[in-house]
Ligand binder design. Structure first.
Ligand SMILES: *Cc1c(COP(=O)(O)O)cnc(C)c1O
Length: 375
């Protein structure tokens, strides 16, 4: 990760999240004239060879970063992860009537609600019984052998619950594992042997909102339900090499720059190691004082979205405002959960996390002083 450019603020927002400053700077430098073409990427014909070069390179770099096997295709789509809540069942369930879903919180609930419009949803396991503090063990999942797929949410952005590793029983089963990885995609390597389909909205851990990445095993690319818009048919998109209609050209370009930046930073093992370091330090600071608390069991705590509360919840707004004064911005918890949420995506430098930890250490004393002054 590059910390070479100074930040005006550290943005802990959950998404759109921070982007690497070095990438934004490169985009700025070539904005008006991309590589001597005399035009910006925005203005290029999407059917032309130059844009094709940009898209092909982005896909190839993503393939190398994640070690995506040859029998998987990468689709660069639009509509966000929420559109995939519909598009997954529409594209995978033409001849099957049900799907399994694992409920781990806010985003899986949304996927379940939307999926229920297209098929019979079997909630095979739910974290509800634990108060969403832990993900049920695989041997408790009531899976249906006839399901079209089993859907998981790898990282719950709103409530900070994450799979520490992925279920492995799916390898030789006929039910493919489908994962919404929107908020932890590219934070660590993925073992694609375990998955049939992985999707991610780009605005959390990659960059431009609207771009949606789908990585799908080839044998799952098939005729969708009749009512599926052609522009959202995995088969149509793949058959036309991403050019059935105009793709999100500038978003593809920016994502491609981020992929190159991650490769240059040492690849995903490096990214993961730094991410773990940032996350562990932050949870240590949360656990240390008795002033803050995180309810999620340590084994399932998100390395991306650190959700915590103050001992006195009435101080929450004050904490957020005081942090904002220090340039530590967008720490408000998800409306559904409240509290504080510090999202620490790849582009957040270690210095940003350290600045937040310093602030968290000072805040209880600051408050005490102002309280005493008031007396
Ligand atoms: C943000 C988010 C979504 C929704 O993404 P959109 O692109 O806004 O539709 C879905 N799933 C997860 C896990 C998310 O974090």
């Amino acid at each position: 990760m590059s910390d070479t450019l100074s930040h005006n603020v550290y943005n802990f927002g959950s998404g759109p999240g921070m982007m690497p400053p070095i990438v934004l700077q490169q985009a700025q430098a070539e904005m008006l004239n991309w590589q001597g073409t005399g035009m910006s990427v925005w203005e290029m014909p999407f059917t032309g060879s130059r844009f094709q070069e940009i898209a092909d390179e982005a896909k190839q770099d993503l393939r190398e970063l994640l070690n995506i096997p040859e029998n998987f295709q990468i689709l660069l789509m639009q509509g966000g992860a929420s559109a995939q809540f519909s598009l997954v069942p529409m594209n995978l369930l033409r001849d099957v009537s049900s799907a399994d879903y694992i409920d781990t919180g806010h985003w899986s609930a949304k996927a379940i609600k939307e999926g229920s419009r297209y098929c019979r949803v079997n909630v095979a396991a739910s974290a509800e019984a634990s108060g969403y503090r832990a993900i049920p063990a695989l041997d408790q999942w009531q899976l249906d052998k006839k399901a079209g797929y089993c859907h998981i949410t790898s990282n719950e952005t709103a409530n900070g619950l994450q799979y520490p590793h992925f279920p492995s029983c799916f390898n030789n089963e006929s039910v493919p594992l489908v994962a919404d990885m929107t908020s932890d995609f590219l934070s660590k390597p993925i073992d694609f042997e375990r998955f049939g389909l992985v999707y991610a909205g780009a605005q959390k851990n990659i960059g431009p909102a609207g771009l949606t990445i789908v990585v799908i095993r080839e044998d799952l690319i098939r005729e969708p339900m009749m009512t599926t818009p052609s522009a959202f048919s995995y088969k149509t998109i793949n058959d036309n090499n991403g050019r059935f209609n105009t793709p999100l050209t500038y978003g593809v370009y920016l994502a491609g720059l981020v992929f190159k930046h991650l490769k240059a930073s040492g690849g995903l093992e490096q990214v993961q190691a730094l991410g773990q370091q940032k996350s562990e330090r932050l949870y240590q600071a949360i656990d240390q004082h008795g002033f803050y608390s995180c309810e999620v069991e340590p084994a399932f705590r998100s390395t991306m979205n650190h959700c915590f509360t103050l001992g006195d919840p009435s101080q929450t707004d004050d904490f957020i405002a005081a942090a904002h004064q220090r340039g530590l911005i967008n720490l408000t918890g998800h409306p559904a959960t409240g509290g504080i949420r510090a999202s620490v995506y790849n582009a957040m430098p270690l210095a940003g996390v350290e600045a937040l930890i310093d602030f968290m250490q000072e805040y209880p004393h600051m408050h005490k002083q102002s309280h005493e002054q008031a007396l």
